[in-house]
Design a protein around this ligand. Structure first.
Ligand SMILES: Nc1ncnc2c1ncn2[C@@H]1O[C@H](COP(=O)(O)OP(=O)(O)OP(=O)(O)O)[C@@H](O)[C@H]1O
Length: 627
């Protein structure tokens, strides 16, 4: 709740709306306690007194009634009517929407066709028809306004519920034996509640206007009772001669509706889960760079050289140091593996290379990424855009999520080719077929016409690889591309990548948590822990004799086939949270060799043997392993 108010307070306009509505609501609540004249007592000799007259601060109306008193009582009534109509419409509409969306099928059809019929009428005509049928009066106007808004809530909430009703946690609740009523209350309702609140906050102003509209037409509050609409209606005939009688209620309606709408927008922004990180804006096209020192020079003349890269997430008052000074390089035709536990910073490192970490909340705070002699950290967006996909391409873990579900695989490949190259559609089509063949997709011509959902996971991932290859890049960054696939398909994908590397001289950065995959594909491996490289070296050497205790424990976690029964040595404890990294070695708390020195200060990634480095004061002594 506090977080909600903090987010709301960041939006100045919403804050202004909150203050205005707060003042109006408080005034409306204390109206009976204020020393005001009776709002209904007429005094015709003193009719149409101007503003600031003695005894009538805002003047009097056509019957000599005190306008200030009528305004206060009228505001009280209009607010109460607007809020009551919003609550009734929200409760009824949401209940209808949840039932339709949750049960689906015929129930959904019958309910939603009824809602469609209601929505087919212009809402004001519908409201007039309801009041005409029920008779004029405040309660009937309230019923009419609530009724015409029920379909709006029903439609919105039904849409959200349909999505939720098919989620795994609802299936899990069913499997746990919960009844539908319980599932609706415990699983669905909490998920749609923010949407209901958002819809209410943005429509309550509208409902106040609608109730005022009915009262203006004489169908809402009846004389002598004042509400803002009826005050306006009564002042209509004196609009030219005594405009203050219209201006007073009109200005109040304007203030209330503006205040509620500004507040409603703020509530929507603060409750939207995508904006929870505190950003009330869309992510930037490239990661924000806020370097706290000069850019380091390239340390090697490699194709891609990452030097002291630091990326963090600034979420409210917390700073998550996801990447804390990473040095890596990859040569043409080389495959570098990055391995580490979940959350060690592998993906953020990879995404930082091309400025793809979402900002906010991500910020690159230091280091450099030299590609072909150019520093990409802080490079202009146009530079990054021209390199993305053309010289440095990505393959992600879930091709289902990266391929557009509504476009054919072939069209997506053609689009990827034509984004960077001015070629005809026919030429791009031919190239797309040859790309599909190069990743060993059988019947490439007919597969061009397939939608992603018509393909298996392995096939989709091959399309993903073909897309990455579309512009003949120099580097491919593959972020766990085989994690979601079974071992046979994984082997095929790895062999495709391995062949492509050899044939095209591709450099590959392969992110994984599987040492088996590293052993099969990668020339060198870098082991990451808590945002830093803790060991780096040729794959065979690292697998044979790991030097960092973490690498050693990580290898011990890998089950071996045919090695007889052995106890799998899980690593006790959890990696540290990256907003509270310890001094010294981040692995010390889980390491059985840790000494006091390990916790004293930062430890450098020091060279040990040729081409090997380790960040440890007490590295493992070489003991040969059967890899
Ligand atoms: N938007 C974010 N806000 C705050 N922290 C984040 C955000 N995105 C990532 N992180 C943090 O950054 C760290 C590194 O995440 P990253 O995704 O790079 O890990 P990973 O090693 O690739 O893990 P996995 O194998 O599960 O993909 C994690 O501790 C994560 O909690």
């Amino acid at each position: 709740m506090m977080a909600f108010f903090r987010l709301l307070a960041r939006n100045r306009l919403a804050l202004a709306g909150l203050v205005v509505i707060g003042i109006v609501v408080v005034l409306a609540l204390i109206t009976p306690l204020l020393p005001l004249a009776d709002p209904d007592v007429t005094d015709t000799p003193n009719r149409f007194q101007p503003m600031f007259s003695a005894g009538a601060l805002l003047g009097t109306d056509h019957l000599g009634r005190d306008l200030l008193s009528r305004l206060m009582w009228g505001t009280r009534l209009s607010l109460a009517m607007g809020f009551a109509a919003a609550v009734i419409a929200a409760v009824l509409g949401s209940a209808i929407g949840i039932i339709a969306g949750f049960y689906g099928g015929r129930t959904d059809n019958v309910i939603m066709r009824g809602v469609d019929m209601l929505m087919a009428f212009p809402y004001i005509l519908l409201a007039l028809a309801i009041v005409a049928a029920l008779g004029p009066g405040l309660m009937n106007a309230l019923i009419a306004v609530a009724a015409v808004n029920v379909p709006f809530f029903a439609r919105n909430i039904r849409g959200i519920t349909v999505g939720i009703a098919h989620k795994e946690f609802v299936d899990a609740a069913r499997l746990a034996g919960m009844r539908n009523r319980e599932i609706i209350l415990a699983e669905v309702l909490p998920n749609v509640l923010p949407v209901i609140v958002i819809a209410m906050s943005t429509t309550v102003g509208w409902m106040i206007l609608e109730t005022a509209g009915l009262s203006f037409l004489g169908l809402g509050s009846q004389p002598p009772q004042a509400d803002l609409g009826s005050m306006l209606g009564e002042a209509r005939s004196a609009l030219i001669t005594n405009p203050h009688t219209s201006i007073v209620p009109g200005a109040m309606i304007l203030v209330i509706v503006m205040g509620i709408n500004l507040l409603g927008d703020g509530v929507r922004d603060a409750l939207d889960p995508r904006l929870k990180s505190g950003a009330l804006s869309r992510p930037m096209p490239a990661t924000t760079v806020d370097r706290d020192g000069p850019a380091p020079a390239a340390r090697t003349d490699s194709l891609l050289d990452i030097a002291d890269l630091r990326t963090e997430f600034r979420v409210r008052n917390r700073v998550y140091k996801a990447v804390g000074g990473v040095d890596l390089h990859v040569e043409k035709g080389e495959c570098l593996g990055i391995i580490g536990e979940s959350g060690s910073g592998k993906s953020v490192t990879a995404l930082s290379v091309m400025g793809l970490v979402a900002s906010p909340p991500g910020v690159i705070t230091g280091g450099a990424v030299h590609f072909d002699g150019q520093d990409l950290v802080g490079a202009r967006y146009e530079v990054l855009r021209s390199l993305r996909g053309r010289r440095v391409a990505y393959i992600f873990q879930d091709p289902q999520a990266t391929l557009h579900p509504l476009y054919k695989a072939g069209d997506q490949l053609i689009e990827a080719i034509r984004t960077h190259e001015d070629v005809s559609r026919e030429a791009a089509h031919r190239r797309a077929i040859s790309l599909l063949k190069s990743v060993r997709i059988p019947n490439a011509e007919s597969r061009m016409e397939s939608y992603p959902y018509e393909m298996s996971g392995g096939m989709r991932q091959r399309v993903g690889i073909a897309m990455a290859l579309a512009n003949d890049p120099d580097v491919i960054i593959a972020d766990e591309p085989t994690t979601a696939l079974d071992v046979t398909v994984q082997a095929q994908i790895l062999s495709v990548l391995s062949d492509l590397r050899r044939e095209r001289g591709l450099a590959i950065i392969f992110i994984t948590h599987d040492f088996g995959v590293v052993g099969q594909l990668c020339d060198r491996v870098a082991v990451m822990y808590a945002g830093r490289i803790v060991e780096e070296g040729p794959t065979a050497a690292v697998l044979r004799s790991p030097q960092h205790p973490y690498t050693s424990r990580l290898i011990d976690c890998v089950p071996t086939l045919g090695g007889g029964q052995r106890r799998l040595a899980a690593i006790p404890g959890l990696p540290p949270v990256v907003d509270r990294l310890p001094h010294g070695c981040a692995f010390a708390d889980r390491c059985d060799k840790a000494q006091a020195e390990c916790r004293a200060g930062s430890i450098a990634l020091a060279p040990t043997e040729p081409a090997r480095k380790v960040r440890c004061l007490f590295p493992e002594v070489a003991k040969e392993r059967s890899a």
